[in-house]
Ligand binder design. Structure first.
Ligand code: F6P
Length: 418
């Protein structure tokens, strides 16, 4: 550890993610343990360039770990290497800042690496709801975004089910589908579309709509990552990724109309609801560890230039140089994607529900037949042919018997009353 170290600078760059304040608090707590001061540079790299900061005190950070957003602001301020780097170095020197902690996503990591090459001692804390940073399994903010998205998708799914609608819902994630994938799994979406799969297959979606309609399910939720595309590049709106849900809904509606397929199609966008939500317990605790790690690493000359992470309950560092400019895509052979495709197949066939419905419709015949032939082995064979569990089939049959008995009783009392 560097004994001469007594002032840390910190800045937050990119888009917000839940847990930023918990990282800041962790940094201040550990710095305070070692008698160090922390300067919070305001509004991202803008504060560094213009020398605007606040000194972070114990009082200021007391309860901030439970809050979304960023106590010291955040921005996507662009740093011009030639013009701004000398100003940043001069500002840090003037305030006596010995080392700088950057909190941010992939873009900020590249900036941190440039500052490192410019001679500034830097440690980076990976942050993003997109979870696309190479070298680490999870970035803070991702868990909260998945949790919030799942909550909203559950409500949308109920709306779709009760109103008999198809919802096309857009979700952030930049150029990868991590957020869509996990939110889709957690929210029980009918189908999730991510950029790693290649262009969106409209025919497959139309057949999904038709198959489900045949099984009496004229509803569903399609979750689409903002960078999912139709093969001709990512869609943009206001100079940002976005608009794919509207485009997909409009293409599907048109095709449904042309082919006389009945479907009520609606859109929704989870967009900016996910980044500043109240951090989950996981994100608060994880971010606190990252803050502690950053405040420790920055004092250690061997750790300078590293990105902090936690691996198997241990703080670890990854050289920024080795991951800057790289992006982690969804592994299509991984367990998460396998779960997604398996559940998508399940949602698009629904054979069990269709067959159970058929059993219910032909109930009187089946019951008469059962009366004469049923033994456990026969029921088991029937269940196998229907592709359902024997227990489930027995329960359906019991329901049918109850309904039949109820109807018979109602019929006889109606007769005796007349
Ligand atoms: O990188 C985080 C992120 O939330 C992306 O998911 C999204 O594409 C982008 O930020 C939106 O950025 P802005 O806040 O500039 O609109």
């Amino acid at each position: 550890m560097d004994p001469q170290f007594d002032k840390i600078g910190v800045f937050v760059s990119g888009g917000p993610a839940a847990g930023i304040n918990a990282v800041i608090k962790g940094i201040v707590q550990e710095a305070d343990n070692h008698g160090m001061q922390v300067l919070g540079y305001l509004n991202g790299a803008w504060g560094l360039v213009h020398g605007r900061f606040v000194q972070l005190t114990r009082q200021m950070v007391e309860d901030i770990h439970i809050l979304g957003g960023s106590l010291i602001g955040i921005s996507r301020h662009r740093v011009d290497e030639e013009r701004d780097l000398p100003a940043i170095c001069a500002n840090l020197r003037r305030e006596g800042v010995d080392g700088l902690i950057s909190i941010g996503g992939e873009g900020t990591l590249q900036l941190a690496d440039r500052l490192r090459r410019g001679g500034i001692r830097v440690v980076h804390v990976p942050k993003t709801i997109d979870n696309d940073i190479a070298g680490i399994p999870r970035s803070f903010g991702f868990d909260t975004a998945v949790h919030e998205a799942a909550r909203m998708l559950t409500a949308i799914k109920l709306d779709a089910h009760s109103s008999g609608s198809w919802f096309v819902v857009e979700i952030m994630g930049r150029y990868t589908g991590h957020l869509a994938l996990e939110a889709g799994l957690a929210g029980g979406c009918t189908r999730v579309l991510i950029p790693e799969e290649g262009p969106i297959d409209l025919e497959a979606l139309l057949s999904l709509i038709q198959t489900r309609a045949r099984c009496g399910h004229s509803w569903g939720v399609l979750l689409v990552a903002e960078s999912a595309h139709f093969g001709a590049g990512h869609l943009q709106r206001y100079g940002r990724l976005g608009g794919v849900s509207e485009e997909l809904a409009s293409r599907l509606s048109q095709l449904c109309e042309e082919r006389k397929i009945e479907a009520r199609i609606r859109t929704s966008n989870l967009g900016y609801f996910l980044r500043c939500a109240e951090p989950t317990g996981f994100d608060r605790a994880y971010a606190a560890q990252l803050g502690l790690g950053a405040a420790r690493f920055i004092r250690d000359p061997d750790r300078a230039g590293q990105m902090v992470t936690v691996c198997d309950d241990h703080l670890e560092g990854i050289s920024m140089e080795s991951v800057a400019g790289k992006q982690k895509a969804v592994d299509l052979t991984g367990a998460r994607y396998q779960a997604l495709t398996a559940f998508a197949a399940y949602e698009s066939t629904q054979t069990d529900l269709a067959d159970l419905a058929r059993v219910q419709q032909t109930a009187p015949r089946s019951l008469n037949w059962l009366d004469r032939h049923a033994d456990m082995e026969t029921v088991e064979q029937m269940a196998m042919r229907l592709g359902v569990a024997t227990q489930d089939l027995l329960e359906v049959l019991e329901d049918i018997v109850q309904v039949q008995e109820g109807e018979a009783a109602a019929g006889s009392s109606a007769c005796s009353a007349s």
